[in-house]
Design a protein around this ligand. Structure first.
Ligand code: PLP
Length: 393
């Protein structure tokens, strides 16, 4: 575990630097499938786990390991496992820890494919899931049964930016013997460390803030203890959803600027949220940095910054959402979040368009809901773009 006295900005720059034999300052890209054995005895010792070393990149690679060490240090975890995507990370945790007849309690507002994985794929294998409002800890506690093996939280949640009380929910889940998994993608370890709040496992889409440059798909699992690391490592090695060395290199490079990016994301997003809150065309803004967020006080106790993602509701509903998105010029119409550029998304006409109106409503997606991932541009330019577009709505 990383020395807790080291400041997070320093960790971002230095965490995970490899003990590279060549003296390379930056861990090189080991673009290789296999690693040579010195002898049959050496190969046998590596396979038996009697000696440390690399065999085959699906089972481990030094470039991947350097990035994994960096994220584990930032989360104050024990070890981590780099995965091909955020969904590969989540799927590895589910397939490693869930068995037939287990029960899961999951946030009702959760990244869409996470919900689908549980309600369609794992359901086939006999896992049942209760989707509850995790903004209300009592609802979570009420949903726990003797068969509950896992509680899966996303805080802030997607796309409604609801928070879950990680500490309170974890205490209740642990009392019943369930593990708590937190998807920490929205805030990154720079602003929130769920393991320090009691959670057992953290997952990330590295695609978002950790890489930060919208040019990689990746994911990671961070664990607190060696036993669970070994269980999940074997599942990942066998199912094969690993990240590759080049993407690991890019993510590790992105992490070095995580602190400056997160600070600028939060500064910009706070200014944009205040602007939107005062605009007559906007009904409400949901952002953890605004005092008007119903869980503002909870946020102050469990994260050190509000991140860069918000949701807001337009007075003009569906039409206004479409109109706004077709009139912005600086903000990019694209899914994903956490990159240096500002992205705007209208779930009702984009990501959630295939759902019926009622199904959308159940997921917290109203017709005028817009999600904004505020980038690190000058915030005056972002606000000017939104202002001119809102005037035409
Ligand atoms: C994007 C995202 C994921 C999935 O990550 P991928 O890298 O796209 O597979 C999971 N959870 C949250 C909160 C996300 O935003």
């Amino acid at each position: 575990m990383a020395d807790p006295r080291i400041h997070p900005q320093t960790l971002c720059v230095h965490a995970g630097t490899s003990g590279e034999e060549s003296g390379a300052l930056v861990p090189p890209i080991y673009q290789t499938s296999s690693f040579r054995f010195e002898s049959t005895a050496h190969g046998a010792a590596l396979f038996a786990g009697e000696q440390d070393g690399y065999i085959y990149t699906r089972m481990g690679n030094p470039t991947v390991a350097a990035m994994e060490n960096a994220v584990a240090a930032l989360e104050q975890g024990h070890k981590s496992l780099g995965c091909a995507s955020g969904m590969a990370a989540i799927n590895t945790v589910f397939s490693g820890l869930l068995s037939a007849s287990d029960h899961v309690v999951c946030s009702r507002v959760v990244y869409g494919p996470t919900a689908t994985l549980l309600s369609r794929i794992y359901k086939k294998y006999g896992v049942t899931t209760s989707f509850v409002n995790t903004a209300d800890s009592k609802e979570v506690i009420h949903a726990l049964t003797p068969k509950t093996r896992m509680v899966f939280l996303e805080s802030p949640g997607n796309p409604t930016i609801d928070l879950a009380d990680i500490k309170e929910i974890t205490q209740a889940a642990h009392a019943g013997g369930a593990v708590v998994v937190v998807d920490n993608t929205f805030l990154s370890p720079y602003f929130q460390k769920p393991l320090l709040l009691g959670a057992d496992i953290v997952v990330h889409s590295l695609t978002k803030f950790l890489n930060g440059h919208a040019d990689v798909i990746g994911g990671i699992i961070v664990v607190k203890d060696e036993d669970r690391y070994q269980v999940l490592r074997k599942v990942l090695n066998q199912t094969g959803g690993v990240i590759d060395p080049f993407n690991s290199f890019l993510v590790h490079r992105g992490i070095k600027t995580l602190s400056v990016r997160m600070e600028q994301h939060a500064r910009n997003a706070t200014a944009v949220a205040r602007f939107l809150e005062n605009h007559p065309g906007v009904t409400w803004v949901r952002y953890p940095g605004l005092k008007s967020h119903p869980q503002y006080d909870l946020g102050q106790t469990q994260h050190s910054g509000p991140g860069g993602v918000m949701a807001f509701e337009l007075k003009g509903g569906y039409r206004a959402g479409e109109a706004l998105l077709n009139r912005v010029t600086l903000c990019n119409l694209a899914v994903s979040l956490g990159g240096v550029e500002t992205l705007i998304q209208h779930p009702a006409s984009m990501t959630h368009a295939s759902l019926g109106r009622e199904e959308r409503k159940a997921a917290g997606v109203t017709d005028g809901l817009v999600r904004l991932s505020v980038g690190i541009e000058n915030c005056d330019d972002i606000i000017a773009d939104l202002l001119q577009a809102l005037e035409q709505v």
